[in-house]
Design a protein around this ligand. Structure first.
Ligand SMILES: [Zn+2]
Length: 278
């Protein structure tokens, strides 16, 4: 290959990869199109546009490793994954947005290889990053984490919610327990994390523990979002939960971190709020 054609090919590859890095990354974290076929037309187009030809070099494998950029990527594709499909790692579930179908069950629940208090599974795509995050908390900060809860079924949420209503009344229950079909835990993408010491488990004071602080600062590096920040209750509709983390994948977690946007509702411009419609 001559120098000129080599340059041209490298230039084309760089351009394609620059444009496609986030799409490719999202695809990798989203289990790929085969498992998650409901990408919309926009993402399908961009997926095709950036997909290297079979004769291109295997560079996309290396690119998918997502070297973090120090500046926000202006070309982040907000349509790369669905926010409506319950199988999508970007699905937005809140009081205004029920799961559809309301009794959705994730297809690929597994037991993550971490200490697991209630033995609840998570989706396969969450398992690895969760274990990596727990290992990093240990190696970087000497902190031991445990999984408090993961996937909860529609039926489980029915009993959790009904018990809360019986004990505290519906108005109160609606502030701290999602109605069935409105819980992120039903997606298999959300986890409640506690300190192995048990300090402040499922309590707002967890945010002040070393474990809670480390998670708040570092969860994004593993593709997780602190889903219910203290200053966004009117947006998310739920009280501050420093223990509740939602897996959204590394590209979106990085985008939110870099742009300073802290809720999915604000980033995607979709309704949330503290009341249920109807
Ligand atoms: Zn939770």
């Amino acid at each position: 290959m001559g120098v000129a054609s080599h340059r041209a090919r490298v230039g084309a590859l760089v351009a394609a990869l620059t444009a496609g890095v986030l799409v490719l990354g999202s695809g990798a974290w989203a289990l790929g199109a085969a498992v998650f076929p409901h990408e919309d037309a926009a993402s399908a187009r961009s997926g095709i546009a950036v997909r290297p030809s079979p004769t291109a070099s295997p560079a996309p494998v290396a690119v998918a490793v997502q070297t973090p950029s120090p500046t926000p990527t202006p070309t982040f594709d907000k349509a790369a994954n669905s926010i409506d499909d319950p199988r999508s790692i970007w699905v937005v579930v809140n009081k205004s947005r029920a799961l559809n179908p309301v009794d959705y069950v994730p297809p690929d629940l597994v037991q993550p290889p971490v200490p697991n208090i209630n033995g609840q599974p998570v989706r396969q795509i969450v398992s690895g990053p969760l274990a990596t995050m727990f290992a990093a908390a240990k190696s970087e900060a000497g902190l031991s984490l445990t999984l408090q809860s993961g996937y909860r079924s529609y039926q489980t949420q029915v009993s959790v919610y009904d018990q809360d209503v019986a004990a505290n009344g519906q108005a109160y229950a609606d502030t701290d327990t999602a109605r069935p079909g409105h819980s992120e835990h039903q997606t298999g993408l959300s986890v409640d994390i506690s300190a192995a010491s048990g300090e402040c488990t499922l309590n707002a004071c967890f945010g002040q523990t070393a474990e809670g602080r480390w998670l708040a600062a570092n969860a994004w590096r593993f593709g997780f979002l602190l889903r219910y920040p203290s200053d966004k209750v009117p947006v998310t509709g739920f009280t501050y939960e420093p223990w509740h983390f939602r897996y959204i994948g590394l590209p979106l977690a990085t985008e939110l971190h870099d742009t300073g946007v802290t809720t999915l509702e604000e980033y995607f411009g979709v309704p949330g709020g503290e009341t249920y419609p109807g």
